[in-house]
Design a protein around this ligand. Structure first.
Ligand code: ADP
Ligand code: MG
Length: 749
């Protein structure tokens, strides 16, 4: 068998080969309209209506709207309808599809087969296809192997998946023409505790909806029936050659490179961002889009990102719970499609040290059932008060619960990105843009807020800028789309907030649920303040509203930051303002149990005490496990490949020196000798660093829970850094032919 080095060089030569489509025939991209194929694999309400008798359909809609459990005959009818629809399209199996706390989705396939006994002279069984209402509604996976944070002991390890009727069913094509009916589900324990990401997200959405309705009512809105959160996820990722990926155990096991020095050219020429998409990548992404269109996932945008081999796609925003399902579907689909193109997708937040990492910018807003965006200032002038109140509630939430939001984005992988050169630091602040900032400043600074309600007053001077107040009583707030601050972890971008600190790999569920929870609580406070102002009056006056606005402007001032979030000045300034700067995961996770955050989550009913502690333990445990897996991988690579490569090169140099000596050369001054000496010192360094790593691993493995996470966070990370530092120098010293792994240059260019 060829050595690794020989295989790599063979692969290097083959790098420009055309895309290899492995299992499936090439996809025909000549569809005239995306709208024609859009949603063709989704069992929509329209589809259901076609398949059900009118009264049954009406009963279904009524029960879903009223959030009741479906009655048995209705469930049976829906199950029958969806089975017929799915089987017509080739489906043989169904699965409840759910989101355990592993960051990905889970599924267990069952087929439609039933053996029915035909009673006769000799009883005989005959095969038929069936799917009952109870199979549709509920399934009982063997749940003992999912993360539960000690919530269930093995003997009562029953878990249930239950159809989430807010998200439509769909069929998905597997390899070799297999089709499976997917039933989006929640996953709960025998006692009804959430074991998944989705239940919590749905609860948080409901909490926020109730608070928002309360605020709308006190503002005199009697029409709106429902408020929901909207979410659009900009997904960043890397695509690299799969054959090269196969040669990197670190990428395969941990999703990131644990060693590797920077190539001479990476992103410094800024020639990748928005550049022409490489053809193999475009073929891959187009095929992913095609699959997603059929699944009713509204992907919209695709482009190159800043780093080499880094790309992004973004969908049209949707109701948050559906958007989360769709984000996870899109990630899984890209994963599969990339395989067929000889590519490997890396969703890790920081696959390559020193090179930009990936995020999942969560664009978030609130909308009424009439489709009015509550964070859109360009709506009718009368609604600008409403806009300001919802905006301030969001700021208040970020201000009070920055630590909680930080917990929602903490993971061993995102840790490498947060605080790195391209990503927001561990300080959560909000960016509003110049114009909006001045509106808030002027409201705060004007001693007499009633100035705003003087009809004749058309403009007000704020720090040299004239603020347009033409509308008789209200500051006119223009939507400024050009105003951007890419360094802010939480930026207002015209009509929505963009939570940029969320990691590319993580499910958006948890961070969005925490955001919803915090905003819901602050909306309640705003509503309460308004209710107090209103007292027994028939309606609020402009002054009443401005009083409340002004109070919250003052209250939330310290969380607003317009400058460069990557700068040291901001770190210092944030410390002066008393904003938390949370640098490590264990500290971030503890925020979940910090009394004010914990009270927020449990009082709103989004988490029970048990669920919150369970969630905390799962996160802590996973974090320590992730680090230990990385450490073991690094140790193995060092011992089995890096050191041997260095030894081989040393032998070559030593042999050369021996030969030179034999022919009478003065070897003391030879370059071979100098290189050998330099290499020896790095090999000694690496060897010592690896010994240290081994002892730190041993110690970490003797610990448990929080102690293990704390120790690993401090010691394992440092020990791994030192091994890496030595290795990366050795990489630059050892002859290329000996190097056992594809280098950054091969992986990225
Ligand atoms: P921008 O360039 O300002 O980021 P885009 O329209 O490209 O604007 O938006 C980026 C993402 O934000 C997209 O996924 C988009 O659907 C989403 N988005 C736009 N409006 C909203 C909204 N009201 N709520 C949630 N997401 C939104
Ligand atoms: Mg954006």
């Amino acid at each position: 068998m060829a050595s690794n080095a020989a295989r790599i060089s063979a692969l290097r030569e083959g790098l420009d080969r055309p895309s290899r489509v492995v299992d499936w025939p090439t996809v025909d991209h000549r569809h005239a309209y995306i709208s024609e194929i859009y949603g063709q694999n989704v069992f929509t309400l329209k589809e259901l209506q076609k398949h059900l008798p009118k009264p049954v359909y009406a009963r279904f809609v009524q029960q879903i709207k009223g959030r009741q459990t479906l009655d048995r005959p209705t469930a049976d009818a829906v199950a029958h309808a969806v089975r017929v629809w799915a089987m017509d399209r080739g489906a043989t199996h169904f699965t409840h599809w759910f989101q355990p706390q592993t960051g990905t989705t889970a599924e267990k396939h069952d087929n439609f087969l039933t053996l029915k006994t035909v009673v006769g002279d000799l009883d005989e069984t005959s095969p038929i296809d069936t799917f009952s209402g109870s199979q549709l509604l509920q399934s009982e996976p063997d749940a003992s192997s999912f993360p539960n944070g000690g919530m269930r002991t093995t003997f009562e390890a029953r878990g249930y998946t239950i159809w989430d009727t807010t998200s439509p069913m769909f069929i998905r094509k597997g390899p070799h023409g297999t089709y499976v009916l997917y039933i989006p589900s929640v996953f709960i324990s025998y006692n009804g505790e959430a074991l998944d990401e989705k239940t919590v997200l749905l609860r948080s959405a409901e909490t926020l909806a109730n608070a928002a309705l309360r605020l709308l009512r006190v503002l005199g809105d009697t029409e709106t029936k429902r408020v929901y959160t909207t979410l659009g996820t900009e997904q960043e990722f890397f695509l690299i050659d799969r054959a090269l990926y196969q040669l990197r155990p670190d990428l395969k096991i941990t999703g990131r490179t644990l060693i590797g020095s920077m190539p001479p050219k990476h992103q410094q020429l800024e020639d990748h961002y928005f550049g022409q998409i490489p053809s193999r990548v475009l073929a891959c992404i187009s095929e992913m889009e095609l699959e997603l269109f059929k699944l009713g996932v509204p992907v919209k945008t695709r482009h190159n990102e800043v780093a080499p081999q880094q790309f992004e796609f973004a969908p049209i925003f949707e109701e948050a719970s559906v958007a989360v399902d769709h984000n996870l579907l899109a990630m899984e689909t890209l994963h599969q499609v990339a395989h067929r193109h000889g590519l490997k997708v890396l969703f890790h937040e920081k696959p390559f040290k020193g090179i930009n990492g990936s995020g999942k910018h969560c664009n978030w807003s609130m909308s009424t059932d009439n489709g009015e965006n509550l964070l859109d200032p360009s709506a009718k002038p009368e609604t600008n008060y409403r806009f300001l109140l919802f905006l301030l509630a969001t700021l208040d939430a970020v201000n009070k619960h920055a630590g909680l939001l930080r917990a929602g984005i903490a993971s061993s992988s995102n840790e490498h990105r947060l605080g790195a050169q391209e990503a927001p630091p561990g300080i959560i602040s909000a960016f509003l843009g110049e114009h909006l900032n001045e509106v808030l400043d002027s409201i705060e600074e004007l001693r007499d807020v009633r100035n705003f309600s003087r009809p004749h007053m058309e403009s007000v001077k704020v720090g040299g800028t004239v603020l347009d107040l033409k509308v008789s009583t209200l500051p006119q707030i223009a939507r400024d789309l050009t105003d951007r601050n890419r360094t802010s972890p939480f930026a207002f971008t015209g009509n929505k907030f963009e939570f940029r600190a969320v990691g590319s790999k993580q499910s958006p569920s948890f961070p969005v649920a925490l955001l919803n929870a915090a905003v819901a609580a602050s909306i309640d406070l705003v509503a309460e303040a308004l209710e107090k102002q209103k007292g027994s009056k028939p309606q609020l006056t402009v002054d009443d509203i401005l009083n409340v606005i002004r109070h919250f402007v003052k209250q939330t001032k310290s969380v607003r930051f317009e400058g460069n979030n990557y700068s040291q000045e901001w770190v210092d300034e944030a410390a002066r303002r008393g904003l938390p700067n949370i640098k490590s995961c264990p500290v971030a996770f503890r925020q979940l149990l910090e009394p004010s955050h914990a009270a927020l989550l449990t009082k709103t009913g989004i988490f029970t005490e048990t669920e919150l502690h369970s969630r905390y333990h799962i996160l802590v445990e996973k974090y320590a496990k992730d680090l230990l897996i990385e450490a073991h991988t690094l140790k193995t690579m060092t011992v089995q490949s890096v050191l041997p490569a260095a030894f081989a090169y040393r032998k070559e140099l030593a042999d050369a020196l021996k030969t030179l000596k034999e022919v009478g050369e003065d070897i003391a001054t030879s370059p071979e000798k100098a290189i050998l000496t330099r290499l020896k010192s790095q090999v000694d360094r690496l060897n010592a660093a690896n010994d240290k790593l081994v002892s730190v691993i041993d110690k970490a493995e003797g610990l448990e829970g929080e102690a293990q996470a704390d120790y690993s966070s401090a010691e394992l990370t440092a020990a791994m850094e030192e091994v890496r530092a030595a290795t990366d120098v050795i990489e630059s010293q050892v002859a290329d032919k000996y190097w056992p792994y594809p280098k950054y240059t091969e992986l990225l260019l």
